[in-house]
Design a protein around this ligand. Structure first.
Ligand code: PLP
Length: 497
């Protein structure tokens, strides 16, 4: 069965193949691509339990990327999930105390976005060849810290591509900033923004929809695409690790095939947890997907009240990749909640654009039973890091700690004792200052690589090679701009003037 794609906002008059949707990123009407019909999976989990991560990824990806040949898909998967991960399992599932940790931080940028962004460039360049595209693809990305770096790590020196990344100047960790400004690759461009992530993301979306800019690009043999988590080439590869994690629990003898489990997901743009939702739709026995937020708890309120309202204070927290007021991927869930009604979805998204808020109907709310939502304060986040380290000598980063703490809230509220998988989205070495502070309970005066060393002395887990490399990497990117000037910056980078 071929899986074709349509927009969340338009009555399905035209559909695209998966490779066309990968190239396009966003739909022409500003909506997001969703499969016209959900593929039929029929997973055999006893068999999946014997498979490696690349093998499971193939079983999942072939459902979504149906116009790629088997050979093309295998080539993309092999290029993405190999030696650049420092654990042979790629995404090991470990147990600490009573819960499981799905460690998604063993890739080149030590955060979960590598799982999607190591494969996206290959899906994209393969798509370009399949569709006889002779223009260079320009990737435009706003990042709250991890996306941009992970995207550049994936796209660096990939032929026929350029990548331009905007990040909030004061909204990322010291290590994240260092990773960003030292990025190698002649086709990579990094720009700091005098503003927050939402301003950068809103502007990027606007530019991606700017028809005049598109025309100027086309004149110079360029075409925009997006590496943000709205691209199906990022979203669907993430489904694979939910399927793999479930199969691994069987393989490790922790559960019987068919038993249902919960996943707690530290959530920002709603891409990761949405992949879990798809995994469930495809038949993975998931009971609840727990949407875990930090103080920027717009999603918690959405799930608990039915109103999404971004008109609220924005906080900078120790989990910056979740400091988000507009979760782009939520539009796809909203689309499903309406019963796949593009008119209703568009109306709600227009409300969001004009009023900054929308309220779903009682009928739509009744469809939210796959989810449970909660949020934590900074204090609770630190306590979660502290307690886990104290009890089990396992250090987690502040994002993973959000999921850990909200999973505890869930268990207390519901008494549900099903196995709980915490989706671990970053290495503690990515946020050494916050992790040290939480574990020691004392003020930490060092940051960056000195904090890495201090954390290493304490927890003794090996320092990832990519962090070691930062010690000597020269700064290559110094651009700073205002959100309003982002368009001009892009033109100057691409020499359009
Ligand atoms: C991006 C990110 C998240 C949030 O994931 P979404 O798909 O945006 O919800 C959580 N933790 C870390 C470390 C991240 O980089």
């Amino acid at each position: 069965m071929e899986t074709l794609y349509r927009s969340t906002r338009e009555t399905a008059s035209h559909t695209m193949t998966s490779s066309q949707a990968v190239l396009q990123g966003l739909t022409p009407d500003g909506g997001l691509f969703v499969p016209f019909e959900l593929p039929q999976a029929n997973f055999d989990f006893d068999q999946l339990a014997t498979m490696s991560y690349p093998e499971v990824a193939y079983e999942v990806l072939k459902l979504f990327f149906t116009d790629y040949t088997d050979a093309e898909l295998h080539a993309c998967i092999d290029a993405a999930y190999g030696d650049q991960f420092d654990d042979p399992a790629i995404v090991p599932v470990t147990k600490h105390g009573e819960q499981y940790y799905l460690e998604l931080f063993h890739g080149p940028t030590i955060a979960f976005k590598d799982l999607a962004l190591q494969i996206l460039p290959h899906l994209m360049t393969t798509a370009a060849k399949k569709n006889h595209l002779d223009r260079d693809v320009v990737i435009l990305t706003a990042t709250s810290g991890d996306t941009g770096k992970a995207a550049m790590a994936g796209f660096a020196d990939v032929e026929q591509t350029k990548i331009i990344v905007f990040y909030p100047k004061d909204g990322v960790s010291a290590i994240q900033k260092q990773q960003m400004v030292t990025q190698v690759g002649d086709n990579t461009y990094v720009v700091a923004i005098n503003g927050n992530f939402d301003e950068a993301q809103t502007k990027v979306k606007e530019l991606l929809n700017d028809s005049q800019l598109h025309a100027e690009l086309a004149n110079h043999q360029f075409q925009f695409s997006s590496a943000n988590s709205i691209n199906i080439g990022r979203l669907f590869p993430q489904v694979a690790y939910y399927v793999y994690a479930y199969a691994q629990l069987i393989h490790q003898g922790q559960i019987k095939n068919g038993a249902s489990v919960n996943f707690s997901v530290p959530t920002g743009n709603f891409g990761d947890i949405l992949a879990g939702y798809y995994a469930k739709q495809l038949g993975t026995p998931i009971h609840k997907l727990i949407c875990a937020s930090n103080r920027n708890n717009v999603l918690t309120d959405f799930f608990n009240t039915g109103t999404y309202d971004k008109n609220r204070q924005f906080y900078l927290t120790s989990s910056p990749s979740m400091d988000i007021l507009v979760s782009s991927n939520l539009e796809r869930l909203v689309f499903y909640l309406t019963g796949s009604d593009p008119v209703a979805t568009k109306r709600l998204m227009t409300d969001l654009q004009t009023n900054g808020s929308y309220t779903i109907s009682p009928a739509m709310r009744a469809n939210l039973t796959d989810f449970w939502a909660g949020f934590v304060t900074e204090k609770q986040d630190q306590a979660a890091i502290h307690h886990l380290y104290d009890a089990h000598h396992y250090a987690i980063d502040p994002h993973t700690a959000v999921a850990t703490a909200v999973a505890d809230q869930y268990r207390q509220a519901t008494r549900d004792e099903r196995p709980m998988v915490i989706v671990s989205t970053a290495s503690p070495y990515k946020f050494p200052h916050a992790v040290l502070t939480a574990i020691t309970g004392a003020p930490v005066t060092v940051d960056g690589l000195s904090a890495v060393d201090q954390l290493h002395a304490l927890i003794e887990t090996p320092i990832p090679a990519t962090v070691e490399a930062l010690r000597t990497a020269p700064v290559r990117h110094k651009r700073v701009t205002d959100p309003a000037a982002m368009g001009t910056t892009i033109k100057s980078i691409l020499n359009l003037n």
